[in-house]
Design a protein around this ligand. Sequence first.
Ligand code: COA
Length: 147
Amino acid sequence: MNVTRLRPARTSDRSAVQDLIVSERLLLEGVDESFGEAWVVAVRGDRVVGCAGVESHGGHGVLRSVAVAVDERGSGLGRRLVENRVAWARERGLETLSLLTLTAADFFAHLGFREVPREDVPAAARVSGEFTHTDCVTARAFLRRLD
Ligand SMILES: CC(C)(COP(=O)(O)OP(=O)(O)OC[C@H]1O[C@@H](n2cnc3c(N)ncnc32)[C@H](O)[C@@H]1OP(=O)(O)O)[C@@H](O)C(=O)NCCC(=O)NCCS
């Protein structure tokens, strides 16, 4: 049985990542602009079974598109993806990592993100498509300081 491992995303992963995002009804907008080393994928064999990305805006990061294939959930992969992107953002000197979620608030709270009013998210991060898109107006905001 193949082990699930994480690795930096490659250009050739983009369509599998987009399929995962669409199947979870997450926001596709802005993926192309940030796709590359700011993204991590989880792979089992040659199948992409998870992903997460970071958009960088003025020294602040927006964590986005954290998704795990349904048949891979509940074994720690979501946590590994989030921790991987937190470490990546910290290495790059980003001050904060924020996110919006409609579906996984308890998951992110469990992993050390603090729910905040949107206006407490740094203004630089709020230019992200996640924060400006109409589909996300009712999403809850979470923030984690990286220092
Ligand atoms: C949210 C998601 C990424 C979690 O992935 P996962 O691989 O099942 O999560 P893990 O197994 O790594 O769980 C890590 C921890 O979070 C907890 N957890 C998982 N999902 C949770 C949830 N919905 N609410 C609260 N806690 C949750 C687990 O119990 C586990 O706790 P533990 O480490 O103390 O045992 C996955 O359910 C998913 O892809 N959902 C659909 C896409 C989505 O909504 N993404 C968020 C978009 S912003």
